[in-house]
Design a protein around this ligand. Structure first.
Ligand SMILES: Nc1ncnc2c1ncn2[C@@H]1O[C@H](COP(=O)(O)O)[C@@H](OP(=O)(O)O)[C@H]1O
Ligand SMILES: [Mg+2]
Ligand SMILES: [Mg+2]
Ligand SMILES: [Mg+2]
Length: 348
């Protein structure tokens, strides 16, 4: 199956959500950052992006009934005192949809926005078709004015078959560029996508340039390799793995699934994610990124080398750690991971 219609719908949805989020990021003030009950940040862009993606998928894929597993819910938006915030989100969604010719005449009410966000309550699983959405991945990066992504994937019978990811602040040439390089500011905004068996591609978010295929790095010289990790949690184990591998460069810290995109494009050879023991990852933090990397010829696995399993509901069911790298480097990295974990008395 080619998933052409689904891919086209997903690209349209994600590109519009990225347009909404870019507008919000430009003017975002600290007072507009809310904190969810799990102590993580959320903004009008997280809610607005989820509503836009939900509405666009629903309209583009009619009459198919949408099953959407998405990060945000409307609990806080329905509370007393949230009326102005919700009004602002509704305006964002309305204006964003109206900016697309095909949706120019779309009256959108607050109720429509709440219903669209609530559409994301599906639980996923190993049967049927489910869309998986992270409306703003890397909200911490988004709030800092740095990297974030809009990640959308389609699961069929528990397997990711389509992935689309907008990285509105990612440089068109490489994720690993000097921050104060002026040319960077003018050349940012990437839309990555992949469908199973058909490769991974990138195109600029702005304009109509044709997509270009992306491939992971062919570099096998670890001394020259670059490695990525999350911005907010430097993990000592990552450093000992890198040292064992002979990687000399310091890790590049980037928020969001843009790290998967960077490995897919060959900007870096490795992304390590060893979170605290017991933390179970959400599928929306990895679904789009993982298919883009694997279709670019890369590998995504846990510390034992097992591929990630997206069929167990909203959380990944995997052993400790996530490793994103190239096929050639995988055995070397797994060996270094094993040895470092043993030395630090960590269990897989
Ligand atoms: N303590 C923690 N350990 C692991 N992941 C965490 C975490 N706190 C938040 N996250 C998840 O990590 C994601 C961001 O990943 P990264 O650190 O690579 O940017 C967050 O996505 P959101 O920003 O969509 O909430 C959130 O789901
Ligand atoms: Mg979040
Ligand atoms: Mg996320
Ligand atoms: Mg998110």
């Amino acid at each position: 199956m080619s998933y052409e219609k689904e891919l086209a719908a997903a690209k349209k949805a994600v590109a519009l959500a990225a347009r909404l989020s870019r507008g919000v990021q430009k003017t975002l003030m600290q007072s507009e950052v809310w904190t969810k009950s799990n102590k993580t940040p959320v903004t009008a862009a997280d809610y607005g992006s989820q509503a836009v993606v939900s509405i666009v998928l629903e309209r583009e894929l009619k009459p198919v009934t949408l099953s959407l597993v998405a990060e945000e819910d409307t609990g806080d938006l329905r509370k007393k005192g949230s009326e102005v915030f919700l009004e602002g989100i509704t305006k964002l969604v309305r204006d964003t949809l109206a900016s697309d010719e095909s949706y120019a005449d779309s009256p959108i009410t607050k109720e429509d926005v709440l219903n669209a966000i609530d559409c994301g309550k599906s639980q996923g699983g190993s049967t049927g078709c489910h869309w998986v959405l992270d409306p703003i991945d890397g909200t911490r990066g988004f709030v800092r004015g740095e990297q974030y992504a809009v990640g959308l994937a389609l699961l069929v019978e528990g397997k990711v078959v389509v992935g689309v990811m907008a990285c509105p602040n990612l440089h068109l040439s490489s994720a690993v560029v000097e921050k104060d390089d002026k040319s960077c500011q003018d050349n940012v905004g990437c839309l990555f996508f992949a469908t199973t068996g058909s490769g991974a591609y990138v195109q600029p978010l702005n304009g109509n340039s044709p997509p270009q295929e992306v491939r992971v790095s062919s570099n096998e010289n670890l001394e020259e390799a670059k490695f990525l990790e999350s911005y907010h949690m430097p993990i000592p184990l990552h450093s000992s793995i890198a040292k064992k591998l002979g990687i000399t460069a310091l890790p590049v810290r980037i928020d969001s699934q843009a790290k998967y995109a960077a490995v897919s494009r060959g900007d870096a050879e490795m992304y390590l994610r060893f979170t605290l023991a017991g933390y179970r990852e959400w599928i929306w933090d990895h679904a789009a990124g993982s298919i883009i990397t694997t279709e670019a010829g890369g590998v995504v696995c846990d510390a034992e080398g097992t591929p990630l399993d997206f069929s167990k509901g909203k959380r990944l069911d995997h052993n400790r750690g996530i490793i994103v790298t190239t096929k050639k480097l995988k055995p070397l990295i797994l060996k270094a991971v094993r040895e470092s974990m043993e030395e630090e008395n960590l269990r897989v």
